[in-house]
Design a protein around this ligand. Structure first.
Ligand SMILES: Nc1nc2c([nH]c(=O)n2[C@@H]2O[C@H](COP(=O)(O)OP(=O)(O)OP(=O)(O)O)[C@@H](O)[C@H]2O)c(=O)[nH]1
Ligand SMILES: [Mg+2]
Length: 130
């Protein structure tokens, strides 16, 4: 049976050798794990517009431009996702967990110390190679 694929815009917010990550609330899908901020792309919306909307809501950043990093399709069993991952280096604001969630800047060399959803393995590999 074909499952519906959830289209998600994911932003890797990078400044110097660090990226900004947030902790997913326990009650959400893949809760308690760390994530790159982002969310579902709404009907008729571009990935960039979704990123602008989600990052303002979640981490209070204004995004000026983005570049595509990679696309990941992953089946969690309970949910199938397509992650459109963009690199964000052109933004303004002070990143913080604007929805009450934990958020922090982490050196790319320290990312292996954080637990991410399974789909994120390829994102982390890509970031290390930037
Ligand atoms: N934002 C984000 N979502 C991810 C990552 N990795 C990953 O598998 N996902 C999955 O992508 C899906 C959608 O993300 P989301 O929960 O942020 O969506 P959203 O902000 O629109 O949330 P909402 O609809 O609950 O308000 C979730 O099933 C989540 O588990 C990641 O690094 N960042
Ligand atoms: Mg989200």
């Amino acid at each position: 049976m074909n499952k519906k694929i959830v289209h998600v815009a994911v932003g890797v917010i990078k400044a110097e050798n660090s990226v900004f990550i947030c902790k997913r609330p326990d009650n959400k899908h893949q809760g308690g794990l760390w994530e790159f901020p982002g969310g579902k792309v709404e009907r008729g919306e571009s990935v960039f517009t979704a990123l602008q909307r989600e990052l303002l809501e979640e981490v209070a950043l204004t995004i000026h431009s983005s570049t595509e990093l990679l696309v990941i399709e992953h089946d969690y069993g309970d949910k199938q996702v397509r992650l459109d991952v963009h690199l964000l280096t052109d933004f303004h604001g002070e990143a913080h967990g604007a929805e009450g969630q934990q958020g922090k800047w982490v050196a790319i060399t320290e990312l292996d110390n954080y637990a991410f959803p399974a789909a994120n393995v390829a994102i982390i590999e890509k970031i290390k190679a930037l």
